[in-house]
Design a binder for this molecule. Structure first.
Ligand SMILES: [Zn+2]
Length: 353
C-alpha cells in the first residue's frame, strides 16, 4: 500500500513539474520588460504609469519639499528611492489614494546631493515602474570649519547598514538637565550628516558598558555612568563611544553601538557655541558609534578634547567621515566575513583648554 502511494506521488510530481517550469519562465520575462522601460516616466507597454513631481535644485535642511504624483491602477505602494554607490535604496514609503494620487516629503533631513526617483512595486497584474531621476541638493546649512581629516576606528571602515532603521534606547538614570532632549537632538544631527535613519525605542535600565562588559539590546544604547560603574571613565574621561562589528544578517558591518557619558562632568546643556556643552560631547561620541576615530585638528569635533572655543557642530573632516560611513555607500554587501566579532571604542575624551 505504501509503495503504491509512493508511485502515485511520483507520477503526480512528474505531472506537476512541466507546469511549474512554465510559470517560472513566464515571470522573468515580465520583469525584463519592466526593466527595459525603467527610465521612461510613462511607459505604454507597462501596465503602470507614473507621473511624478520630484523637487530639484537646492532645498533647506528639514524643509518641506513634497514629492507628488499620480500612479495608474488600483491603490499602489509608492517608494522614494535615492541612488547610492551600490544601487538605489528606499528612504520613504507611502500609498496612492483613491484618486491615484500620492504625496510624500522628500528626504530633506539628509544633507546631501540626492538623486531621487519614485518606484512603484509590482501589484497583482500591474507591473513595477520607476520615474525619472531628479537631483535635489540639501546643504548642511552652515559653513563647516576645520580641515578635511577624518579616520576610522576599525581600519576596515566597518559601517552600519543604511538600508535598515537603527533603533536606540536611552538609560535616563543620572542624566543631567535636558540630557535626554540633547541626545535626541544629537541623533538628529547625526542622521542629517550620514543619511542613516534612527528610531527611539524608549528607556532602558541597561548601561551599555558596565564593568568592562558590553551589553546590547536595541541596536544602540546611550546612558550616563561614572568611573565606579564604567572603568573606562576613570581619570577625567567625560565620554566613551564605540561599536561592535560582526555579521548583521545582511552583510558584515556594525551590529551594535554604545555611548556612555560621565554623569559628573561639568558641562552646560545644549549645543551653544563658545562654551563646553553636553552637545559637543554627544556629537563626538555619536560619531564614534558610527565608526569614526579621533583627528588632530582642533576645529573638527573628532579632536579628542572638548574645547570651550572649539566647534559645536560637525567640521569639514567630521562631515566627510560621516558621509563615508553613511547612506551614500548603499546597503552592506551580502555575505559574511571571516573577521572576528570585535568591539571598538574610544575613551580619552576630556575637557580641554
Ligand atoms: Zn573620542
Amino acid at each position: 500500500m505504501r509503495r503504491l502511494l509512493l508511485v502515485v506521488l511520483t507520477t503526480l510530481g512528474l505531472l506537476l513539474a512541466p507546469l511549474t517550469t512554465v510559470t517560472a519562465s513566464a515571470a522573468p520575462e515580465k520583469d525584463a520588460s519592466a526593466k527595459d522601460k525603467s527610465d521612461d516616466a510613462v511607459s505604454a507597454a507597462a501596465k503602470t504609469r507614473i507621473r511624478a513631481h520630484i523637487p530639484r535644485g537646492r532645498h533647506r535642511l528639514g524643509s518641506r519639499a513634497p514629492i507628488t504624483g499620480h500612479v495608474s491602477g488600483p491603490r499602489r505602494i509608492v517608494k522614494i528611492q535615492v541612488r547610492t554607490q551600490r544601487g538605489f535604496i528606499v528612504l520613504g514609503k507611502t500609498r496612492t489614494n483613491k484618486r491615484h494620487k500620492f504625496r510624500i516629503n522628500a528626504p530633506t533631513w539628509w544633507a546631501a546631493t540626492q538623486k531621487l526617483r519614485v518606484f512603484v512595486p509590482r501589484h497583482g497584474r500591474f507591473a513595477p515602474q520607476v520615474s525619472r531621476v531628479r537631483v535635489m541638493n540639501v546643504p548642511i546649512g552652515y559653513r563647516p570649519r576645520g580641515n578635511k581629516a577624518f579616520g576610522y576606528l576599525d581600519t576596515r571602515a566597518t559601517r552600519w547598514n543604511p538600508c535598515r532603521i537603527i533603533t536606540y534606547r536611552i538609560n535616563p538614570r543620572r542624566a543631567p538637565r535636558h540630557g535626554i532632549k540633547d541626545i535626541h537632538r544629537g541623533i538628529r544631527k547625526l542622521s542629517n550628516a550620514t543619511g542613516l535613519r534612527f528610531r527611539y525605542l524608549g528607556r532602558t535600565k541597561e548601561l551599555p558598558v558596565h564593568k568592562n562588559k558590553v551589553h546590547f539590546r536595541s541596536d544602540m544604547v546611550l546612558g550616563y555612568g561614572n568611573a565606579r560603574l564604567v572603568p573606562q571613565l576613570r581619570g577625567g574621561v567625560i565620554g566613551i563611544g564605540g561599536f561592535t562589528r560582526g555579521n548583521t544578517g545582511a552583510g558584515f558591518g556594525i551590529t551594535s553601538g554604545f555611548v556612555v557619558f560621565d554623569a559628573k562632568a561639568r558641562l552646560r546643556p545644549g549645543y551653544a557655541g563658545g562654551r563646553a556643552t553636553w552637545g559637543k560631547v554627544i556629537l563626538h561620541e555619536l560619531a564614534h558609534s558610527v565608526g569614526l576615530a579621533h583627528v588632530n585638528n582642533r576645529k573638527n569635533l573628532m579632536y579628542p578634547a572638548i574645547l570651550r572655543a572649539g566647534p559645536s557642530r560637525y567640521g569639514r573632516g567630521d562631515l566627510r567621515g560621516l558621509r563615508a560611513m553613511g547612506a551614500k555607500r548603499g546597503c552592506l554587501p551580502r555575505g559574511g566575513s571571516r573577521l572576528e566579532e570585535k568591539t571598538f571604542m574610544d575613551s580619552d575624551l576630556r575637557i580641554g583648554k
